[in-house]
Ligand binder design. Structure first.
Ligand SMILES: [Zn+2]
Length: 330
């Protein structure tokens, strides 16, 4: 239906179609800008629209919005879109750190050459030796005894070749143990002193072997390094990254393992121990001893053993595994 526009008074616009006549304040109306030969749209306050033939009268009756107003209007109408885009971008970055990086590290870790694993591990241990660790003061015979048990425990594992056990005196770290990416497991003299039962020490060793079998050390190192590189790109500063073989040892020493990695290593130990006639209960007892002395969070920068997840959770999990083993065995 065709409509007729007229100006009954300055600042007013009359729209007439058929028998219907309505009048508006021009402030209530919006006229689309002139775009080439396209016809223009007049928006009414009730949401209705009129397609209007272009005429110089339109511009006289309906002053066009200024450029600034038009820009503000454009922004206003797109604010939701831009907010959505910003949320998506932040979500994407967070998702990348939480899911993308671990996935990449998981894919990449198995193809890291053993020589690079060894270099990185040597450097990480050298860094620790110069800060937190001293040569072990345990009798050589005791060290040898535990090494023999460690090798019996881990013989036949897919990555058993790289696994070996070493000891360090670590007054500042206290009872602790950690696995380096090349399979070197280090126990502190303080741990050996705290845990008088060798089955419990073997439970800790099984947990560390789990970290090695799952390549947690290398995965963690790669994740942290990639995060440093990505953050460097985001903020335009890559001076802090250096080469990976320099940055990974530092990050390994400083970052520890994630909760998920600890649970995986625990589960690995719970599966391995019964095959050697040891109940996962031994792990629960070792964790209980570890958490008695210094609470749950005081293990410092390389507190792999007694950090997340909370000890009581891990003790419970070990007891459940021990119960499950009993039921299956009978
Ligand atoms: Zn661990």
């Amino acid at each position: 239906m065709a409509a007729t526009l007229s100006q009954p008074a300055p600042g007013r616009l009359r729209v007439q179609w058929g028998d219907e006549v309505r009048e508006f304040d021009v402030g209530e109306l919006a006229l689309s800008p002139r775009l080439g030969r396209l016809s223009r749209q007049l928006r009414l306050p009730d949401g209705g629209q009129l397609e209007v033939a272009d005429s110089p009268l339109l511009d006289a009756w309906l002053p066009a919005p200024s450029r600034v107003e038009a820009a503000a209007d454009w922004l206003e109408r797109r604010r939701t879109t831009m907010l959505g885009a910003a949320v998506l971008l932040v979500g994407g970055v967070v998702g990348f750190f939480q899911l993308g990086l671990p996935w990449m590290a998981n894919e990449l870790a198995p193809v890291i050459p053993p020589a690079m694993e060894r270099t990185i591990s040597r450097q990480a241990l050298a860094l620790l030796d110069s800060t937190h660790l001293r040569p072990s003061r345990l009798p050589a015979a005791r060290r040898e005894e535990l090494r023999v048990k460690f090798h019996a425990l881990t013989r036949g594992l897919p990555r058993a070749d790289g696994l070996r056990l070493d000891f360090r005196d670590a007054p500042s770290l206290g009872p602790n143990a950690f696995a380096l990416p090349d399979g070197q497991v280090v126990m502190t003299d303080q741990l050996v002193a705290l845990v008088p039962d060798d089955e419990e020490l073997l439970a800790v060793m099984a947990h560390e072997a789990g970290h090695h079998e799952h390549r947690h050390g290398m995965r963690r190192g790669l994740e942290s390094s990639a995060a440093v590189v990505v953050i460097g790109f985001l903020f335009g500063d890559l001076s802090g990254t250096g080469s990976l073989s320099v940055s990974i040892p530092t990050l390994l020493v400083n970052s520890g393992f994630s909760r998920r990695h600890e649970r995986e290593a625990d589960a690995f130990a719970f599966a391995l121990l019964p095959r050697h006639g040891i109940s996962p209960e031994a792990f629960a007892r070792a964790m209980a001893r570890l958490s008695e002395g210094d609470g749950e969070t005081t293990a410092g920068p390389i507190g792999y053993l007694s950090t997340h997840p909370p000890s009581h959770e891990r003790i419970e999990a070990a007891r459940r595994a021990a119960e499950g083993g009993k039921e299956n065995g009978r």
